[in-house]
Design a protein. Structure first.
Length: 395
């Protein structure tokens, strides 16, 4: 999109990205920036999560914003918003282009960004009043530029592209070329067309991955606050995740992920709460296979097993993780081979045997202030977290 009404030549909204002139700027802790409710535009924040979105978005914290912004502006079509931002910045919230005023996830140039309440403040006419932010002509020199706030950029991108889609009769390719990226000469048109091809490739890949066609709305796992801490269900997509009420003779749970009636691999597994990585096993050996163990601030241990080989390579012992942060993918390593891909989840005291290995005792009944070794204990917690209900497994 060209900067209109700003003296001198304009710039394609993503021209710096296309030219590979990416710079990193310090990331800010932006905090809250809207005065509306969390249910922006009357939609439930985080109500949707597109099947394989995490492969593009990478940060599970963004998924609720993608789902809600798509519901408000894009008829629920998350895939097109994810593909658009993938094309503009590869989901790098710090992106800026040297010699251009384009910045942030959606690569808005200064002139365009200045007209959007998501960046400069005001009512977006969909139920949210945004706090005022700063937009600079040289954003690479100003880390507090509102375009570097990923939430603002996601909603603004949906707002802008939604209007473009309406104008071009829901044709995302034309909406990108003629709306999001206007052009003034043949070279710029070719660049816009190349960008549109990349976007459509990503769009079609998302749709073929399942749960993204036709604006399908699926349950996501937006973290919720419980007694001052964040909790979240550990599977971060909208596929069905039936929960057996027991697991053998001890308090753990096998969570299978279903696409129709088929058990599937590869859905992201996220940390249930904030904590520290106590152990990470990257080899496909032992009963658990590829595993991660995370301990929270109350010394409760969360054990994630049978993860897909290679999916926890980014973790190291002692690393801090946040609720909703991806720690692996659903697999069938260890003794899960032949049973179908699933996540084995156990909850234990930090000093208990389950913290050290696969044992049936010293597990918690995950209700506030209650201890127990019932085989149903983790089921109670998982059921609550799946519904977004407050359940805090205190020792």
């Amino acid at each position: 999109m060209y900067e209109r009404g700003a003296g001198g030549g304009g710039c394609l909204i993503g021209c710096g990205i296309a030219a590979a002139l990416m710079l990193l700027v310090p990331m800010l802790l932006f905090g809250s920036h809207n005065n509306g409710s969390l249910d922006k535009g009357g939609q439930t924040a985080g109500a949707t999560a597109c099947g394989n979105a995490i492969d593009f978005v990478k940060n599970a914290e963004y998924l609720p914003w993608v789902g809600n912004a798509s519901a408000i502006y894009l008829k629920g079509d998350q895939a097109v918003l994810i593909a658009l931002i993938q094309t503009e910045s590869s989901w790098n919230p710090k992106a800026s282009a040297k010699g251009s005023s384009a910045a942030g996830l959606a690569q808005f140039v200064t002139g365009t960004a200045s007209g959007y309440p998501e960046f400069v403040g005001g009512n977006d006419k969909h139920g949210t009043t945004w706090d005022g932010g700063k937009v600079y002509p040289n954003p690479d020199e100003h880390p507090d530029d509102a375009r570097f706030d990923p939430e603002r950029s996601i909603y603004a991108a949906a707002h802008k592209f939604g209007a473009d889609m309406k104008k071009y009769k829901d044709d995302p390719e034309q909406a990108y070329i003629e709306g999001y990226h206007t052009h003034k000469n043949d070279a710029q048109l070719k660049e816009a067309q190349a960008g549109a091809k990349r976007m459509m490739d990503a769009y079609n890949k998302l749709k073929s991955g399942g749960n993204c066609s036709g604006g399908t709305q699926l349950a996501s796992n937006e973290p919720f606050v419980c007694e001052g801490r964040k909790f979240v269900f550990p599977i971060s997509t909208g596929h069905k995740t039936p929960l057996p009420t027991t697991h053998h003779d001890y308090s753990a749970n096998d969570i299978f992920v279903l696409d129709g009636k088929n058990k599937i691999y590869g859905d992201p597994v996220v940390s249930i709460t904030d904590g520290s990585v106590a152990a990470v096993h990257k080899d496909n050996s032992g009963d658990g296979g590829v595993t991660v163990r995370i301990v929270d601030s109350t010394d409760v241990s969360y054990y994630y097993a049978h993860l897909q080989a290679g999916s926890n390579e980014h973790l190291r012992k002692g690393q801090s993780v946040k609720a909703g942060e991806v720690i692996g993918k659903v697999g069938d390593t260890g003794n899960a081979k032949g049973t179908g891909p699933h996540l084995h989840l156990g909850i234990a005291k930090r000093e208990g045997p389950q913290h050290k290995g696969w044992f049936p005792s010293q597990l918690l009944d995950p209700r506030p202030g209650v201890q127990g070794t019932s085989p149903q204990s983790s089921y109670k917690a998982l059921t609550s977290w799946k519904k977004g209900e407050c359940t805090d497994p205190r020792v």
